[in-house]
Design a protein around this ligand. Structure first.
Ligand SMILES: Cc1cc2nc3c(=O)[nH]c(=O)nc-3n(C[C@H](O)[C@H](O)[C@H](O)COP(=O)(O)O)c2cc1C
Length: 363
């Protein structure tokens, strides 16, 4: 379906991929304790998040370079999310500009940003997102250095991205992808950076990325973004309960428990294992979301039983995108919806709010 280098870019994680594997494995160690006799004929999967009503508790998380998987991949995925009644979170590294995603009609829409050495650039991102009427801003805090993704190095899909001879050979073998992307490949870039950096090509921008990102990222930057952004403001990449508490003190409106899908710090705790500590620390004051390893409706219900308000998916939507564009992402969301519905029915639950810790078997 996809050239090896592109499949691995999405599928892979950092170093030995321990965290990547653990994200899924940790879910498989948690079991539900159903109560079928409560009678759950009609189920309602809707939730409310920051004043918006969503038809299911699954959002699409930010993934850079989604346009590698389908022409205008971000717009296709965003449309599918909107039609499914959920949120699309645009990545800083979208192939089309954030304004184009907004113009595609995605609603509600969130924007994910980083902190750069040039803080003016971070502020510019926030201002552009505000001008394009994004509903929430997500600051990813676990990407101040880029993770060591060895599959990419092996494939010659490096940062800076450069397709080596093996990668090229792999592409030629995937003719349907190559045909679909024939007009796109030359315009694949980090579109949101083009104007600011005065460079249009992916390679030049990617080469400059490490020097743009700032490893001195700190709470002061959270304060600054909080000050610049008036709407809901979330931190993505929180794993430690103390950080969750600090985030609350800084006026953050939501927390995404995440280890970046195992792509950054290999050896980091699985998201679902970190969730209970963060939920305890937050004590219901703001929504806590989770991503990493969510593959089934039962994973979503498990995360909700542990106190999450909703889950985000990364890779699953990219696979849908790679197979059939907008229709593929729609299908992925539809499968999640049907699975959550079935799990709820089998557990004797009619509303998301009824999902609580009593639904989980404790060892
Ligand atoms: C190909 C790819 C690109 C990603 N790019 C970003 C990004 O630009 N910003 C970000 O905050 N997270 C990024 N992530 C991480 C996702 O937002 C999310 O945390 C992760 O994919 C969740 O894990 P899952 O893939 O197991 O669902 C990316 C993930 C993938 C797979």
């Amino acid at each position: 379906m996809l050239p090896r280098a592109i499949f691995d870019f999405a599928d892979g994680g950092a170093e030995d991929e321990r965290t990547l594997q653990r994200n899924e494995a940790a879910f498989s160690e948690l079991f539900l304790l159903p109560r079928p006799l409560r009678g759950a004929a009609g189920r309602d999967l809707s939730i409310e998040l920051f004043g918006k009503s969503l038809r299911l508790p699954v959002l699409i998380g930010p993934t850079g370079l989604s346009g590698l998987f389908w022409p205008d991949g971000e717009c296709a995925a965003a449309r599918a999310a909107t039609n499914a009644g959920t949120i699309y979170c645009a990545s800083h590294a979208s192939v089309v500009p954030l304004e184009t995603i907004a113009a595609s009609g995605a609603a509600p829409r969130w924007m994910q940003v980083f902190i750069y050495r040039d803080r003016g650039f971070s502020r510019e991102f926030a201002e552009r997102a505000a001008a394009a009427k994004y509903d929430a801003l997500v600051l990813t805090i676990d990407n101040q250095l880029t993770g060591n993704r060895e599959r990419d190095l092996r494939n010659g899909f490096t940062i800076p991205p450069r397709f080596g001879p093996t990668a090229f050979a792999g592409m030629a073998l995937k003719l349907s992808w190559l045909f679909r992307m024939r007009r796109e490949l030359r315009r694949i870039t980090f579109a949101n950076y083009v104007e600011r950096l005065g460079a249009a090509d992916l390679r030049t921008i990617a080469q400059r990325m490490p020097s743009l990102l700032d490893p001195t990222l700190s709470w002061r930057d959270v304060d600054a973004l909080r000050h610049w952004w008036r709407g809901p403001f979330l931190l993505k990449g929180i794993l430690h309960p103390a950080d969750a508490k600090e985030a609350l003190a800084r006026g953050v409106d939501g927390i995404i428990v995440s280890n970046h899908g195992g792509r950054q710090l290999d050896g980091a705790i699985a998201s679902v294992e970190a969730l209970p500590g963060v939920v305890d620390a937050v004590a219901g004051r703001v929504p806590v979301l989770l991503d990493g390893g969510v593959r089934r409706g039962s994973d979503v219900v498990t995360a909700l039983a542990l106190g999450a308000s909703a889950c985000l998916i990364g890779r699953p939507h990219l696979w849908g995108l790679a197979v059939a564009g907008e229709a593929g992402v729609a299908q992925v969301l539809d499968i999640f919806g049907r699975e959550i519905d079935r799990v709820m029915g089998l557990c004797g639950i009619t509303r998301i709010a009824e999902i609580g810790p009593d639904l989980l078997m404790r060892r």
